[in-house]
Design a binder for this molecule. Structure first.
Ligand code: MN
Length: 128
């Protein structure tokens, strides 16, 4: 158990394999994981649990990642929560689009197990 013991990470992801991989890796490093399978419930959960970081898939049923990022940024108390977009899109325009929608950073699928946790830890507030 370390300093990450009580830190919650919200993962908004509709793909079972990606969700499993991200959950497995982050739990192994002591984070508590809360998952949402669609954008609307992701926004609701973010309000309830006040996560340290949000991992956000772009292609989601109903409300997509762009809409989720914008909704989170316009929610009182979530204006500055780190949002890391996780997407299979590799084009520069997509990166700019999700960053301008409010994401703090962007990582590409497939998840690289060797670097993923460090990429997320960069965004975890040190004293939360
Ligand atoms: Mn998806």
């Amino acid at each position: 158990m370390g300093k990450n013991m009580s830190q919650k990470i919200l993962i908004i992801e509709d793909n079972d394999q990606n969700l499993y991989m991200m959950t497995f890796l982050l739990k192994a490093h002591g984070f508590e994981i809360i998952a949402a399978r669609d954008g609307k419930s992701g926004v609701a959960l973010a309000n309830q649990i006040n996560p340290a970081v949000i991992l956000l898939d772009i292609q989601l049923p109903g409300m997509d990642g762009y809409a989720v990022a914008a909704a989170l940024r316009s929610t009182t108390g979530l204006e500055r929560v780190p949002i890391v977009a996780v997407t299979s899109f590799a084009m520069l325009g997509d990166r700019e689009k999700i960053l301008s929608a409010g994401a703090s950073d962007y990582i590409e699928k497939p998840i690289n197990p060797d670097t993923f946790v460090e990429q997320i830890k960069k965004h975890v507030p040190k004293n939360s």
